[in-house]
Design a protein around this ligand. Structure first.
Ligand code: GLN
Ligand code: ZN
Length: 768
């Protein structure tokens, strides 16, 4: 009998219930008791949704983040909150977000307004975890209470519970040493606490524990590989059975390591690590469970169940009892329930599966394997029909788009002249001063803007009045920028809800869910648009707004677009063709928009690639292939413009060193980047690399309400000028200003413009 299980269920709730419960508690509108009770209800609901599985995850629920939960379980609290003796949950929120609920007693002066834990992306997903903090002196101490309580809840509900924890090696890998110590040196102190935890779980009657070690799909050096031997040898005599879980990629060179650790079972991602499966089965030990993640936990498409069965049937024959099936990874990364979608086009809906539907697929697979395909004939036939309908749909396949893609030539992705020649022509036309000032695109999204948009969407405001309101906002932005004395203007992006959704809504090949929420971090969720078909642009998307903005001023108005790689990386993307192909389709659509903007007299156009870096594969050996098509896609968007048209791009990160050659290869005339928070850390990248084109290292942190001083900005720019020739430098904030208020933006930009003027009189002269 093949068994089925799940690695994790989305905790946020089908309608983001957890988000609202958390925010209500944080705002002091509900009590801790109410929040705890709500958490219990949510867990119950989610366990019920997983009924019929042989093993159901427990401990995957977290009020904020599963890694932070693990830190609390291991007693690894940052020093700054360790003296807090109030409620543990309040302390947990204090680490997560710098403060607890409004009503929570700030028990000790030490803990009011502490720094929030650092957040970073969970592997290559859009989920962010709280980074564990270590020092050489870090000690661990077990607190199994959360897990044991949830286990007791599950038991009382008759759930076949399989606790989920993060494994010790991955836990250390995820964290950061705050001193200069070597974090892996903590392993000997950490392992006894894991052993104690497993013992506590065994005492609670647990049979299987899922222990997640996703770093096994990354490139590990010998020391980290060794840490796996040490760790699992240490835990090998525990009284529970360990299912070592890996996901998000291939084990590749770590396959032998993972397969031979002394654990009772191994889960692998049979979607992204498809190529591992055969090798694993060939050497699979007779006494071990192999769990195959055959349902994609990272996207929202139905699984081709008949095809999966074709490959699984022989494996099930061979492994018998030892074969388990699951989604490829935790379902945390997909929305909860497709049945809640009322407005989604019926045809497209029939191609999709959210978390609940994916578990349904798993049940069908198990039945087919255990009782024969006939036992689920109706389900399998319906699945085949849906898969075929999608494959052949005219909405997915647009011959004109495929033809345009086939016609892409290398020339399409090349500007006509070199940067040096373009720069001369642009300078003659734009007549910008040295250290030109600009912003990244958005100005504050005020409550008036949001109200107008929601009224327009709900039909309370007609289109003409909505457009009037947006034009009013644009002209306000223009007036403010004139008063500030900026050099290159933006229209402010008032009409955009989101930099990807805005374009997705206007492109053919996209669909939108109503409640397809996925947790990004804490109570924050995103609703990625669904890219289901060949992409085309039926009509210009931004020309009317940008043209209007340009009509209000003689200063250059920067047209503002989102780039193809960012649109791709922030969408649920079709799985029936390579991402590179989809990206190039997006590139052709954005290219058409760029050319229309140029035709409308827009001389500066920015194409944001905020998410280019986060698309990097987990394995460095695969980076170049990704960068090749990502950079090529960007260049397709810009390759058609005249030398005089100045292309900008923007990126939201400063870790540049390892990809700076690819960034330079994008050949934008100017790039603006985030770097102020890291004190121009980015400049390290320029030590061995002469970045050839214009560059604006962000001079102040837009995430903070603090107003930067002119001196500070001048100092940062002087630092930049030591590495980058002054004539290449731009002065700008480090990201868009949409989350700020006007009363913060005006004084900050005033300082920035003053700093640019100072730079022109000091550095500017010597640079010419
Ligand atoms: N142009 C966008 C803005 O200013 C860029 C946002 C981003 O980089 N995430 O809002
Ligand atoms: Zn940004």
């Amino acid at each position: 009998m093949t068994k089925i299980h799940n690695l994790g269920f989305p905790r946020i709730g089908a309608k983001r219930e957890l988000k609202f419960a958390l925010e209500s508690y944080w705002n002091g509108e509900s009590s801790r008791n109410e929040l705890e009770t709500f958490g219990k209800q949510l867990r119950r609901r989610h366990w019920q949704a997983q009924s019929g599985l042989d093993w159901v995850p427990v401990g995957d629920f977290a009020f904020y983040d599963q890694v932070l939960d693990m830190s609390f379980t291991l007693g690894n609290l940052p020093e700054r909150v360790r003296d807090f003796h109030g409620d543990a949950l309040d302390n947990y929120f204090r680490v997560a977000r710098g403060r607890s609920a409004q009503s929570a007693p700030e028990a000790a002066a030490c803990c009011s307004g502490v720094a929030a834990g650092e957040m970073t992306k969970w592997f290559d997903t859009n989920y962010h975890y709280i980074v564990p903090e270590f020092t050489a002196a870090t000690e661990f101490k077990l607190d199994a209470s959360r897990l044991l309580e949830q286990l007791a809840e599950a038991k009382a509900q008759g759930i076949a519970a399989k606790p989920v924890i993060i494994g010790p090696v991955t836990y250390l890998w995820l964290g950061k040493a705050k001193d200069d110590s070597y974090k892996l040196a903590l392993l000997p102190k950490l392992l006894p606490v894991y052993a104690e935890l497993l013992e506590a779980l065994a005492n609670a009657g647990v049979e299987w524990v899922q222990i997640d070690e996703p770093i096994l799909v990354t490139e590990l050096d010998a020391v980290w590989q060794n840490a796996f031997h040490t760790a699992y040898q240490h835990l090998s005599d525990c009284q529970v059975k360990l299912l070592l879980a890996t996901y998000f990629g291939q084990l590749a060179e770590n396959l032998g390591l993972a397969a031979n650790l002394p654990v009772a079972g191994l889960h692998v991602d049979a979607i992204n690590g498809r190529d591992d499966v055969e090798a694993l089965i060939a050497q699979w030990p007779a006494d071990k469970v192999l769990s195959l993640g055959v349902i994609n936990g990272r996207n929202i498409w139905k699984t081709d169940l008949n095809a999966v069965l074709d490959s699984l049937e022989p494996i099930a024959q061979q492994l018998g009892e030892r074969l388990w099936l699951a989604p490829s990874c935790s379902l945390l990364h997909v929305p909860v329930d497709l049945d809640n979608e009322q407005k989604l086009d019926a045809e497209i809906k029939s191609w999709l599966a959210f978390a609940k539907q994916k578990l349904g697929e798993l049940r069908v697979l198990a039945t087919a394997l255990n009782q024969g395909r006939d036992a689920v004939k109706a389900e399998l036939d319906a699945n085949r029909a849906a898969i075929e309908a999608r494959r052949n749909s005219a909405r997915v396949n647009n011959p004109a788009v495929k033809a345009a893609l086939a016609d892409i030539t290398p020339q399409l992705a090349r500007r006509k002249s070199s940067y040096a020649e373009r720069a001369l022509k642009q300078a003659a036309l734009l007549k910008l001063p040295k250290f030109p000032t600009t912003t990244i695109g958005s100005f504050p999204q005020t409550s008036e803007i949001r109200l107008a948009r929601s009224q327009f969407k709900s039909g309370k405001l007609d289109e003409a009045s909505y457009k009037d309101a947006m034009r009013g906002e644009i002209s306000r932005c223009v007036r403010e920028q004139e008063a500030l004395g900026l050099d290159v203007f933006v229209h402010g992006e008032a009409e955009r809800n989101d930099m990807v959704e805005y374009f997705g809504e206007q492109l053919d090949g996209y669909a939108f869910s109503q409640a397809g929420w996925v947790q990004s971090y804490g109570s924050r969720c995103v609703k990625p648009p669904i890219l289901f078909g060949d992409i085309s642009r039926p009509r210009p998307m931004t020309v009317e707004w940008i043209g209007y903005a340009q009509s209000l001023t003689d200063k250059p108005m920067k047209g503002m677009l989102t780039g193809p790689v960012t649109i791709l990386n922030w969408s649920f993307v079709r799985d029936d063709q390579p991402r590179s192909v989809t990206c190039k389709q997006l590139a052709l659509a954005i290219r058409a928009e760029v050319l229309d903007l140029e035709k409308a007299g827009i001389g500066v156009i920015q194409i944001d690639e905020a998410a280019l870096r986060e698309g990097l594969p987990l394995r460095q050996s695969q980076w170049q292939a990704y960068l090749d098509w990502a950079v090529e896609s960007f260049r397709i968007t810009t390759g058609g413009v005249a030398d005089e048209t100045q292309i900008h791009t923007h990126m939201c990160y400063s870790e540049f060193n390892d990809i700076i050659a690819a960034i330079a290869d994008m050949d934008a005339d100017a790039i603006t980047i985030e770097t102020s928070r890291s004190d121009m850390e980015l400049l390290d990248a320029f030590e061995h690399f002469n970045y050839p084109n214009g560059i604006g290292p962000g001079v102040y942190d837009i995430h903070s309400p603090n107003i930067p001083s002119e001196q500070h900005i001048v100092a940062l720019m002087c630092k930049a000028a030591e590495r980058i020739p002054a004539e290449q430098l731009w002065v700008n904030p480090d990201c868009g200003l949409k989350t700020r208020q006007w009363h913060e933006v005006i004084p900050a930009l005033t300082q920035m413009v003053a700093a640019a003027k100072t730079l022109r009189t000091t550095l500017g002269r010597s640079a010419t």
